[in-house]
Design a protein around this ligand. Structure first.
Ligand code: 5RP
Length: 277
């Protein structure tokens, strides 16, 4: 099990020895990149696709149990996965992190399972809203943070895919919408007060767009977006927020990611790996 925070040695699927840095995307990815460019795909979308293909090509092997994240970047990973499953006749089982992920798995003809049947995963792949230089993440822009953290937490190796806009040195540099925090609905007011009293900043109830009222998560809860006003010691703050009664989970993924693939503006893929301690 991969515990969030700096709690324990958790081994992962080994990566081939390779220094972190930029890698060239494979030839097929390159061909698709230029074709997509000609068709007018946006640069960020292409960057997401390059990161997703690099991660799937590097980390997915036959007979694995895979965690499938949520958001727009993971869509590219699932497409590449489906392509590989078909071409290489792979046997892969997929565990979703949301309703969206479940639909993606089914629509792409992949094998859907759950944590009851597969309580340990080989690899989990997911997007992120921001990644700092220590591979700490803000996640939950799409509201799926709780299931995402559960699935990543039970994977031997957690891989993140993102475009260049998510790459930062310090959390909050890029992502300005705050840290998502899933809360039990009846507690959203006292949790909001406790957050701002204890840690400063401001917290807002996330409102739905095409529905009156708040966003309701796949777990039937609300989301607070906590806009912090200074850089914190994120591991400590994460633990402290989780102790507030009514908090279900935070979008801070501390010391969980093993490797992050960033699709860059120039068509390369930049790789950030966890540094050995
Ligand atoms: C959803 C998430 C997503 O992984 C995160 O918001 C990134 O999304 P995208 O790939 O669309 O940028 O945490 O809860």
């Amino acid at each position: 099990m991969r515990l969030p925070g700096r709690l324990g040695p958790l081994r992962s699927t080994p990566l081939a020895a390779r220094p972190p840095g930029r890698v060239r995307a494979g030839p097929a990815a390159g061909r698709r990149a230029s074709a997509r460019g000609r068709l007018g795909g946006t640069m960020a979308e292409e960057a997401k696709r390059l990161a997703a293909c690099a991660a799937v090509d590097k980390h997915v092997q036959n007979n694995q149990v895979l965690g499938i994240g949520s958001g727009s970047t993971i869509v590219h990973a699932v497409h590449r996965l489906a392509e590989r499953v078909k071409e290489e006749n792979l046997t892969i089982v997929c565990i979703p992190t949301s309703f969206q992920a479940r639909q993606l798995i089914l629509q792409n003809g992949l094998t859907l399972s759950d944590l009851d049947r597969h309580p340990e995963l080989d690899v989990a792949i997911d997007g992120a809203d921001e990644v700092d230089s220590d591979l700490n993440l803000i996640k939950g822009g799409g509201g799926c943070l709780t299931q995402e953290k559960i699935v990543a937490g039970y994977a031997k190796c957690f891989i993140v895919i993102a475009d260049y806009r998510k790459k930062s040195e310090s959390l909050g540099e890029r992502w300005k919408k705050g840290i998502p925090i899933e809360v039990i609905p009846m507690a959203y007011v006292p949790v909001t007060r406790a957050l701002t009293k204890n840690f400063g900043g401001a917290a807002e109830l996330r409102m739905a767009v095409s529905k009156a009222g708040p966003v309701v998560t796949d777990n039937g809860n609300f989301i607070l977006d906590w806009k912090f006003d200074k850089v914190h010691e994120w591991s400590e703050v994460n633990t402290a927020i989780k102790m507030i009664p009514g908090v279900v989970e935070t979008g801070l993924f501390i010391d969980m990611a093993e490797v992050v693939y960033f699709g860059m503006e120039d068509g390369s893929v930049s790789v950030r790996e966890k540094q050995p301690r």
